[in-house]
Write a protein that binds this ligand. Structure first.
Ligand code: ARG
Ligand code: ZN
Length: 871
């Protein structure tokens, strides 16, 4: 059944206070809940029943104001209670079975510990409740459990009481003073150990910080706590937001559907996003931990203090919080490199989503299963929209809007309109056209025309915008698109910008509002080269033809780091496109000289090694595929591989020299210089090994053996294991497995490396590895590491012509549909991207989708697969 935004109604009752009593047992946990209810003044209709959500609950008893109550019906989605007084204390007793819970929503077991995941609608699997974000209540939670097996019992807020019980059991009481929706509830019970720290807020309050992990992971906890303190301080300095409880806890669990969860005062994290030490975690993993810890922390304001009225508003908290975590990361590291990496993700994964059958607006109109809407569109495109707002208003005004939003709506559940209205109010800007960004799905396309008039010394820039239709949305209106730009002279220097007699400096933001619009820049002695969409100022596709010479100028000279990279990507795309066409016309392959000269120029300048490592990266096969209306998957793979090998051979000596220059021979540290050096060195190693030369393999082998950190070790392992000759990687893979078999997170990488081999044997490996003792279909990280990596990071093997890649995915989806519908519905997505494939593959993909559709399906998988089959 489909839920529609237009049907939103406030609830018939409100809940002021919740008293929960959770008696933990693996198979039969008893939950007693006392809800202090009152009728909602916003729903004056007399005698409305109370409809509580409940799922997989065994009901034992119901009492109202202390007396047994029988005027209720059990429904498909919960329970309906009739003729309640206007105020009531409703007590229910239910039983649930955490041990049987493989969906990892509600209360479940991970690694022998009890834990919860309630967002979006998991609380209804714990007790009967108004499980919707616009019902905010104060929670008091009493947990009891076996004292020996579950010595640590945690919930939101402050610990107020604890004690021993008979039969070797004990109890703990927690009280959260902040009213919150049920999706922010959390509970943990287990044999956990804490790394502890402390933070003093701007106003001088001391906050205890606790990171709870399994004993063997204690040494992997420091980085998360350091990151947390940085995030707490950053939010004070940049957004004026302080933490509000006396304690902030994070718990690491191994079985988790997503990255992490911002439960009030008690975050629960996928261990992959919180544990890190240099021996076992790559620099990328360190970065991920820092950014996810910050993200969840920032939710304390953007999400918890001010929350969402309903789940259609999900991007209200996620888009804003992703924007905040991106700003934070940009302040900790290279802002340009951060932007490049965020945009690379957006332009591959989010643009593909926006062009496929599951495309949806950042604020959707309807859904079947809300878990399917924790998407790149809601998160990443949502963050881009907030970024554009900040750009349109300017930071000081945006910050005033943010202050107003937090102040006005503190303790409330609000909408995206409420957020944008604050921005309109403080800026005096009319943002009604801007709101279309939230309502229209699809990626806008910008077409660029330029005209120089030497007599008038004017340069006319014309921009045309158009958004292609998406499922259910055929007509699109023009958007307000901020285009940041500069004009370059023949040396690549920024020219002064003069528009209608007004001097605007070196860089400005023009606002495209119409379908087509022109700007006339004045007093220009020669045709300038526009540097458009600097910093990727709007999430659009830019159709901007430039000559190789112009791209090369931008690549080396543009003052905007993002556009330097973008010019390089464009040069590479052009060269790869030529190789694709050569294949299609049966010609011998020849790499376009402009890409070769671009690399020659890049390799001479290593002032900024972190940036250089990015600039040397060829566009991914997924991004190359994004450029085509009909995707030739094999030709893309061959073309990219050919370009990579030709560049590697041509510049072998330069890559080797750079490798040696940046092989620092110093013990590991997280200093920026070292991070950059490792990044560049390992980029060079990948090129060196692409030549398949003995010398390069020896170098990789040495690095593999001598590395004192996971970044270098894994880079070397990948280089060896991705050699054409599978024998090259065998010994290293075995050694790595021996060394790391006890470390689940490292074994994830070991699985991924093998199934991302770009050769025919990758699928056989996948089938073998499914029976490896470290693999489990019940663990989402393992599913992502093996099946997710194969389907998403090895496109040429996933799309094998014989369809065996599709069949493997469909088999896994069918199995997971029973175990964990949420993960199944995510895993299936690559199979839904059949629109631009050739007819042969399209038919095979649809046949596998149909095979899935013929099963009894969870709503999660049903929603995704039926949309894909309808398109
Ligand atoms: N709110 C979490 C975050 O972005 C994501 C949790 C989503 N979980 C889910 N099962 N849909 O930080
Ligand atoms: Zn979030």
């Amino acid at each position: 059944s489909t839920i529609h935004l237009k049907d939103y109604l406030p609830p018939a009752f409100l809940i002021d206070q919740v008293e929960l009593d959770v008696d933990l047992h693996l198979e039969n946990t008893r939950v007693v809940s006392r809800l202090h209810l009152r009728r909602n003044p916003q729903r004056p209709e007399p005698g409305l029943p109370l409809e509580l959500h409940g799922q997989e609950l065994t009901l034992h008893s119901i009492q109202v104001n202390g007396a047994p109550f029988s005027d209720y019906q059990l429904t498909e989605s919960g329970i309906t209670l009739h003729h309640l007084p206007d105020q009531a204390v409703l007590e229910t007793q239910v039983e649930i079975s955490p041990a049987q819970n493989t969906a990892l929503e509600g209360l479940y077991i991970s690694g022998g510990h009890f834990c919860t995941q309630c967002e979006a609608e998991g609380f209804r699997r714990i007790t009967y409740y108004l499980d919707r974000p616009d019902v905010l209540a104060r929670f008091r939670t009493r947990i009891s459990a076996d004292a020996a097996r579950y010595p640590v019992l945690l919930s939101n807020g402050n610990l107020i009481e604890q004690g021993q019980l008979e039969g070797g059991r004990h109890f703990v009481c927690w009280e959260d003073p902040f009213p919150k929706p049920a999706y922010l509830f959390a509970l943990v019970g287990g044999q956990l150990h804490a790394v502890k720290d402390q933070f003093t807020t701007l106003s001088g309050r001391k906050v205890a910080l606790e990171l709870w992990v399994e004993e063997e992971n204690l040494h992997k906890g420091q980085h998360a706590l350091t990151s947390l303190k940085k995030a707490m301080q950053w939010d004070e300095t940049v957004y004026g937001r302080e933490y509000d409880l006396d304690i902030y806890m994070i718990v690491a669990v191994n079985d988790f559907n997503m990255g992490a969860m911002e439960n009030k005062g008690l975050n629960i994290f996928n261990s992959a996003c919180v544990l890190a030490d240099p021996k076992s975690a790559t620099d990328r993993a360190f970065h991920r931990v820092e950014s996810v810890v910050a993200h969840e922390y920032f939710h304390n304001w953007s999400g918890n203090r001010v929350t969402c009225r309903d789940w259609f508003q999900l991007s209200l908290k996620e888009g804003f919080t992703v924007f905040r975590d991106q700003q934070f990361s940009a302040d900790q590291h290279s802002a340009a490199v951060e932007r490049i990496q965020n945009v690379a993700l957006l332009r591959t994964a989010q643009f593909a989503e926006d062009a496929g059958p599951t495309a949806h607006p950042v604020r959707p109109e309807s859904y079947i299963e809300i878990n399917n809407f924790y998407t790149l569109t809601i998160y990443e495109k949502g963050a881009e929209i907030v970024r554009m707002l900040a750009e349109l208003l300017g930071w000081p005004t945006f910050r005033r809007g943010s202050d107003l939003y937090f102040e006005r709506f503190d303790g409330q559940a609000v909408t995206i309109e409420d957020f944008v209205a604050c921005m309109a109010e403080v800026s005096g800007q009319d943002l009604s056209q801007f709101m279309r960004w939230y309502h229209q799905a699809g990626t806008p396309q910008l077409r660029v025309e330029r005209h120089y008039d030497p007599a008038a010394r004017t340069f006319t820039l014309t921009l045309h915008q158009q958004t292609p239709p998406t499922p259910g949305q055929s007509d699109k209106q023009p958007l307000l698109i901020p285009v940041k730009l500069g004009l370059l002279d023949a040396q690549g220097q920024d020219l002064p910008l003069i528009l209608k007699g007004e001097a605007l400096g070196d860089e400005t933001v023009i606002h495209l509002r119409e379908a087509s619009q022109s700007w006339v820049f004045e007093q220009l002695d020669a045709a300038p080269l526009p540097s458009l969409l600097r910093g990727f100022s709007a999430p659009v596709k830019l159709d901007y033809p430039r000559t190789d010479a112009e791209l090369a100028l931008q690549l080396t000279q543009d003052s905007d780091g993002f556009n330097r990279w973008e010019a390089g990507q464009k040069l590479a795309l052009n060269a790869i496109d030529a190789l694709i066409q050569q294949q299609q016309q049966g010609q011998d392959l020849q790499l376009h000289p402009s890409l070769v000269s671009a690399f020659a120029a890049l390799l001479q300048d290593h002032q900024d090694p972190m940036m250089l490592a990015e600039l040397l990266q060829l566009p991914s096969e997924a991004y190359i595929a994004e450029q085509y209306a009909c995707v030739d998957i094999d030709a893309i793979h061959i073309a990219r591989d050919y370009a990579r090998k030709m560049l590697a051979t041509r510049f072998y000596d330069a890559f080797l020299a750079l490798y040696q220059r940046f092989d620092l021979q110093a013990p590991w540290s997280a200093e920026p210089e070292q991070l950059a050096a490792r990044q560049l060195k390992n980029t060079c190693l990948a090129y060196l090994v692409a030549t398949e030369s003995e010398a390069a393999f020896t170098l990789a082998q040495q690095q593999f053996e001598q590395a004192d950190n996971m970044t270098d070790q894994l880079a070397a392992l990948t280089a060896l294991a991705h050699a054409e000759d599978p024998a090259q990687g065998q010994a290293a893979l075995r050694a790595f497995e021996q060394r790391w078999q006890q470390d689940a997170l490292v074994m994830d990488s070991w699985f991924s490396v093998q199934v991302t081999r770009p050769y025919a044997d990758a699928l056989d490996r996948l089938h073998q590895l499914k029976t490896h003792p470290a693999f489990s279909m019940k663990n989402p990280n393992k599913v992502r590491a093996l099946l997710g990596a194969f389907c998403q990071q090895n496109p040429s093997r996933f799309h094998r012509r014989d369809g065996a890649g599709y069949a493997a995915l469909a088999d896994a989806v069918i199995e997971l549909n029973q175990l964990n519908p949420q993960i199944a519905a995510r895993l299936v997505l690559p199979l839904t991207r059949h629109q631009r494939m050739d007819d042969h593959r399209k038919a095979q993909m649809k046949a596998e989708l149909q095979r899935i559709q013929d099963q009894p399906l969870s709503p999660d998988v049903y929603e995704v697969v039926s949309k894909a089959l309808a398109s």
